[in-house]
Design a protein around this ligand. Structure first.
Ligand code: NAG
Ligand code: NAG
Ligand code: NAG
Length: 202
């Protein structure tokens, strides 16, 4: 176990929420959390790599934010170099640093891992997969829930009229969209950012 690996504890995170301000950034909610220097260094490092690849990013425009999505089941969402979607409990994992871009009104977003440059996509059968090339399957609708949690439903596909959500199980595995529900904790995420990042920019 590396010493910089943090045992993330949702109860502590939620406790912090009451101590720190919550900012509403456009339509997108973000929770500012105190991060360790290691966590911050990793995020800065991962973001630097993004600047090298940005030239190759054909998708321009839209409001872009760098966030980590922390699930209510206590995992950070990742998309690796094979396009696999999974959870990690290591907050310094580069694949968990996500670029969240507004693609159209009504809270429609595209979510991409900076390191792998794969977008999160959901196909017709509700399977989550990473996609190198952006298409409509990469569009998700951000739904605001109580207690600062958000849910992300496919903007393209539904199953028998029901929304299908990005969800991570208790074991950090992605769930099939048709097994997900808005009320299930597996579908609940907090978009997080280190408070220290803001201070640096100031
Ligand atoms: C920064 O990124 C490079 C390239 O991926 C990696 O080798 C290095 O270990 C990273 N440094 C930190 C502090 O995370
Ligand atoms: C997904 O994450 C879990 C928990 O960290 C890990 O045990 C598993 O090997 C990962 N699976 C893949 C395909 O990366
Ligand atoms: C959805 O994605 C999965 C995993 O990549 C694939 O096995 C399946 O065939 C896809 N289904 C459709 C309808 O595209």
């Amino acid at each position: 176990m590396h010493k910089w690996m943090l045992a993330w504890n949702l109860k502590n995170l939620l406790l912090e929420l009451y101590l720190h301000a919550i900012f509403l950034f456009g339509s997108v909610c973000v929770v500012y959390s105190d991060c360790t220097p290691e966590h911050l260094a990793a995020i800065m490092n991962c973001s630097r790599q993004d600047r090298h690849t940005r030239n190759y990013d054909y998708m321009e425009g839209g409001d872009v934010r760098i966030r980590q999505l922390f699930s209510r089941t206590q995992w950070f969402l990742t998309v690796n170099d094979d396009g696999n979607i999974n959870g990690t409990q290591d907050p310094t994992n580069c694949y968990s640093i996500l670029e969240i871009r507004t693609v159209s009104e009504g809270g429609i977003l595209a979510i991409k891992s900076i390191k792998s440059q794969y977008y999160i996509a959901m196909n017709k059968s509700g399977q989550l997969q990473g996609k190198r090339i952006y298409n409509e399957n990469c569009n998700f609708k951000e739904v605001f829930l109580e207690n600062y949690f958000n849910a992300y439903s496919s903007a393209k596909w539904t199953k028998n009229g029901k929304e299908m959500f990005i969800a991570l199980s208790q074991k950090g595995r992605p769930l099939r969209g048709k097994k997900t529900r808005r009320q299930h904790i597996a579908s609940h995420f907090i978009p997080m950012k280190c408070r220290e990042e803001e201070r640096r920019i100031d």
